[in-house]
Write a protein that binds this ligand. Structure first.
Ligand code: ISE
Length: 353
């Protein structure tokens, strides 16, 4: 963990973290070490040893083996969900039912139907309590591109380009997993950057590993038609081997804006010119995760949730479902355009600095 440490303040929001694997541990550490106005009050995991370890590292958090019990505990006022993807929607609904603010890791659910259940429960409450962990919206480089696009300086944005490479995929990764777990970020970026809706997708793919499961695409090229007659193209490659890289470019009618390679010195040595590539998203997006948690805690104090919401989580899954259909059919597929309830406002959500 890099950067300055937080000062402790009175009136800290007691947060419960569900899941203490890589993501949960990272969220707990950031909350404990860096986020002002919050403390880790509880953690839950079926793996007791792992949970104890994280609890110890984060002050004196109470350990639960059951996530629902932790969510219902009166001492927990806000919840971060970082357990496996198939548990997200059910646990988020639990938070909604008892009125606790929740930051749920992406994807919000594993199907749009399940995510719609969360949206409907929130609309029923008539109160936004759910934020989805599309942390790129807090990454300084992505925010700069978005700000430039919104300023109108590059003219009308007409093309979104996204690239997303993981060093290696886990054994569970099939074509659907690549869309729902990885490409979901890029689908959200395209909606956010162009402030529009994806209307059609066409996915072509390759299996670069020669895995026994024929037709599993670990490299996917997703072409998009976006509202307003705009275009997009996303490359997702989850077995790129050399490291982790994510970037976007938005091409406008007068200019273009794109994310630069991240930080780190450029080294010239022995007739070579080099720069480090990050290992994974925890390293690449550490700042984004920190800002995301800080803004989320602040939004609870000022009563105005302004990050990516349940609608964004649902909308990305609607596009993901069309991508999966396109992989299966080998054809372009339309994306259904559900009507956005009033609760979620007009924009694809604002820039959050
Ligand atoms: C992972 O789950 C993430 O959320 C990362 O941000 C993403 O880049 C990666 O592809 C996913 O597998």
């Amino acid at each position: 963990m890099t950067g300055s440490q937080k000062r402790s303040t009175a009136g800290e929001t007691p947060v419960g973290v569900v899941g203490t694997g890589g993501m949960g541990r990272m969220h707990a550490r950031i909350l404990h070490h860096k986020v002002a106005g919050a403390r880790v009050a509880a953690v839950s995991d079926v793996d007791a040893e792992r949970a104890e370890e994280v609890a110890e590292e984060c002050g004196s958090a109470v350990v639960f083996s059951d996530a629902i019990e932790m969510i219902q505990d009166k001492a927990v006022e806000a919840v971060v969900i970082a357990s496996p993807d198939p548990t997200h929607a059910r646990l988020t609904l639990e938070c909604l039912q008892i009125g606790k603010p929740v930051l749920c890791e992406k994807p919000l659910a594993t199907s749009p139907q399940e995510a719609l259940g969360v949206v409907e429960a929130e609309v029923e409450r008539d109160e936004k309590l759910v934020q989805v962990g599309f942390m790129r919206r807090y990454d300084p480089q992505h925010v700069d591109v978005k700000t430039t696009v919104s300023s109108g300086d590059i003219g009308e944005p007409v093309l979104f380009k996204g690239w997303h490479r993981n060093a290696a995929s886990p054994p569970v990764a099939d074509s659907e997993w690549v869309v729902i777990n990885s490409a979901i970020h890029d689908l959200d970026s395209a909606r956010w950057m162009l402030d529009g809706e994806i209307e059609e997708v066409f996915v072509r793919g390759l299996d670069t590993t020669g895995s026994p499961a024929e037709g599993e695409f670990d490299l996917q090229l997703i072409q998009l038609s976006v509202s307003g007659g705009r275009l997009g193209v996303i490359e997702v490659y989850v077995d790129a081997g050399y490291g982790y890289e994510v970037g976007v470019e938005v091409v406008g009618t007068r200019g273009t804006a794109y994310t630069a390679p991240p930080t780190g010195a450029v080294v010239r040595l022995a007739r070579n010119y080099s720069q480090n590539v990050e290992a994974d998203w925890l390293e690449r997006f550490e700042i984004a995760y920190t800002v995301q948690l800080q803004r989320w805690i602040e939004s609870q104090n000022n009563g105005r949730l302004n990050g990516p919401d349940a609608w964004d989580g649902y909308a990305a899954l609607v596009v993901a479902e069309a991508c999966i259909a396109s992989i299966k059919s080998g054809n372009p597929e339309p994306v259904s355009q559900p009507e956005k309830p009033k609760l979620y406002g007009k924009e694809t959500s604002e820039v959050v600095r």
